[in-house]
Design a protein around this ligand. Sequence first.
Ligand SMILES: C[S@@+](CC[C@H](N)C(=O)[O-])C[C@H]1O[C@@H](n2cnc3c(N)ncnc32)[C@H](O)[C@@H]1O
Length: 236
Amino acid sequence: MLYITGMEPAANQHIAIVGCGPGAAEYLTAAAQSAAADAMVLAGAPRLLQLFPTFTGERLAVDAAIENTLTAIAQRVAAGARVTVLVTGDPGLCSLAQPILRRFGREACRIIPGVSSVQMACARLGLDWTAARIISAHAAMPAVDPRALADISPVLVLGGNRKSWPWILAAADHLASTHRLTLCRNLTLPDEELRELTPADLRALPPGAGSSVLVWVKRPEESNPIPMTTVNLVDR
Ligand SMILES: C[S@@+](CC[C@H](N)C(=O)[O-])C[C@H]1O[C@@H](n2cnc3c(N)ncnc32)[C@H](O)[C@@H]1O
């Protein structure tokens, strides 16, 4: 059983996994900054390492090769270093946190939440996300039938991968009659963009559409082209 008390890391917590928010330094929490300041090694994507310009310890740039990253972290921990691993957004959403926890164990790790890109998209669009469905199309094609999403709102999809673009186009087609789609790209960054799109608009974009969250929000029933009561009658 794991017991955690107080704000300080336990003696055996050699690794901190820190959510750095969607990108802008102003969305870094004080807890994230203090975990970075406390580290001997700061590991993360180059873009995240740049958020800590005054850090003087070792900077370990990581890329998509997860096994190499885990090995590099293991070497530092074995040498007695405190390692802080930086992830985008929140560690609980599609991040390096789970591979690290599997490799090093829950007891060895402290997790510091951050503002997720999904939270940021909901804040920008003024959405309540209590009933949200979050789907990752970031690393691979989602194993979700878009037709199963017709009654859900909001639907938030992590985009950015060319390979899963066909799934996103199919979802846009299936949800076009019931939902509005907004592409939220590069949130909090200087080139942030929020665009409401039709399926045709989406097809005109370069596949992948960059670092983005696609948000489908169900329209009020009266503005749907096909009233739901009619659909029910046809189904019967
Ligand atoms: C590996 S996942 C990490 C998600 C992250 N843990 C989070 O909580 O946002 C990367 C995906 O997050 C989304 N993302 C991250 N930063 C973003 C930003 N600033 N604007 C829009 N989407 C972003 C994109 O869908 C990107 O492909």
